[in-house]
Design a protein around this ligand. Structure first.
Ligand SMILES: [Zn+2]
Length: 439
């Protein structure tokens, strides 16, 4: 669309407003396409004006932006036009990059990237797209010849009109990487350093994982999850409850399918894992009363998760081989083996994992899987291998406990750590262990 047609296009849009509900789908589509052209034309004019405002604000003493009471041309522009400062930056960058430049001899030189400038003027490109393309070309200009740069300019201009802002940025990244392969590795290091998982336990019982991944991790996890959530794939799950995301009556959202997929992957991994939880095979421990297990009524707890689950869910989980139900108050398990054996048994370790919930040291949040079982009274000094004489501690705190003269006492189910005299001359007991669970 040429600028001379702008008024005409606006009038047509204005006229169509009156009977929008009666228009055909094709007409609505056409109006929106036309609106896009109008916007880009207006933006192109905005970019030109922005470049002029920027030029008039270059010298502090005579700065137009300053005389308007603003610290920068972008803020002045944002306030005058009523746009976001970041959009104002796009306008200034695009306008400046595509404006002819006045050289010292008084001559006007054409813009650096003439095809880009033409694209903006013809409303084919948004100021943001211009900014991205110019930044890309500038970034690779030193590494390629003049002709190559011109070819690249054309290629980017071909792509740009059908790409969203984000897609164009991705393309830009690929182009820069191609011309600067040495830059990829340091950036990857940086992304790796910024990656991680944050876990937030909400008061409402929802647990939010914020997973920030470098590209490699995103690729691996993405492939595993996508393969199982793709509509046409028939996944195989150990647990029938997570099976077949493609079933007809499936009304889960994609986000819910992804979560179910991650849980299914975790369940399979637990079943295949040879690792140890406090010395016992890695499992999910679910604690509930015998009454709840039999009746399916009431609540149960998953080890390491504060919010309760229903007994019904717990019973379903218990049917899965990798989930161990730990029934409280039943005398079925030989938990106390006394002096017969120095090492804690699997069932003792499981019971400790549930009772202690992780390292009992105040403030330490090591989960059961990271812990060892400490003898409160050392085996060598006659301490028995039973639950009363055992406590979960992470390796670091286990060493502190064994070597630095700490002691541990339990009163009414609460553990108290007694510091050695060199830490606290009064040896005042410190409350240890996790917060007791709400019933
Ligand atoms: Zn610890």
């Amino acid at each position: 669309m040429a600028r001379t047609q702008l008024g005409e296009a606006v009038s047509a849009l204005e006229a169509a407003r009156l009977e929008l509900s009666l228009e055909s789908d094709e007409r609505i589509t056409l109006l929106l396409t036309s609106l896009g052209s109008v916007r880009r034309l207006v933006d192109a004019i905005g970019a030109e004006l922005a470049a002029e405002l920027d030029r008039r604000s270059a010298v502090p003493e005579t700065s137009l932006a300053r005389s308007l009471g603003e610290r920068s041309p972008a803020i002045a522009l944002a306030r005058l036009v009523g746009i976001d400062p970041s959009e104002a930056q796009d306008w200034i960058a695009a306008g400046t990059a595509t404006a002819p430049t006045l050289c010292l001899s008084g001559e006007w030189l054409p813009p650096r990237y003439e095809a880009v400038a033409a694209g903006l003027a013809a409303a084919a490109l948004t100021p943001r797209a211009v900014r991205t393309i110019v930044a890309t070309l500038d970034a690779v200009a030193a590494r390629c010849g003049v002709d190559e740069l011109h070819d690249l300019e054309k290629v980017l201009l071909d792509y740009a009109p059908q790409l969203t802002t984000r897609e164009l940025s991705r393309l830009s990244r690929q182009v820069i990487d191609r011309y600067d392969p040495d830059g990829v590795e340091p950036r990857e290091e940086e992304l790796r350093a910024r990656s991680g998982v944050r876990i937030i336990h909400g008061r409402d019982g929802l647990i939010t994982w914020i997973v920030t991944m470098h590209p490699e991790a995103g690729g691996v996890l993405g492939a595993a999850v996508d393969a199982r959530t793709a509509p046409r794939r028939q996944p195989s799950f150990l647990d029938a409850d997570f099976a077949d995301p493609a079933r007809d009556d499936d009304d889960r959202t994609l986000a819910q399918k992804r979560l179910d997929t991650l849980i299914a992957i975790a369940a399979e991994s637990l079943a295949a894992d040879h690792g140890r939880l406090a010395g016992t095979a890695v499992t999910v421990c679910v604690t509930m009363t015998l009454e709840s297990l039999l009746s399916g009524l009431g609540a149960a707890h998953i080890d390491g998760v504060d919010a309760p689950i229903s007994a019904r869910t717990a019973r379903r989980m218990a049917a899965n081989a990798s989930i161990i139900p730990l029934v409280m108050g039943s005398a079925g398990e030989p938990l106390d083996v006394g002096r017969s054996c120095r090492l804690f048994t699997e069932s003792q370790r499981r019971a400790l994992a549930v009772r202690d919930g992780g390292c009992i040291w105040p403030g330490c949040d090591a989960p059961p899987g990271w812990c060892e079982v400490a003898h409160v009274v050392p085996w060598a000094r006659g301490g028995p291998t039973n639950l009363d004489n055992g406590a979960l501690m992470c390796a670091f705190h286990h060493r502190r406990f064994d070597n630095d003269g700490w002691a541990l006492e339990r009163h009414d189910g609460t553990a108290w750590l007694i510091p050695p005299a060199w830490v606290d001359s009064a040896r005042t007991p410190r409350r240890a262990g996790r917060l007791p669970r709400a019933a």
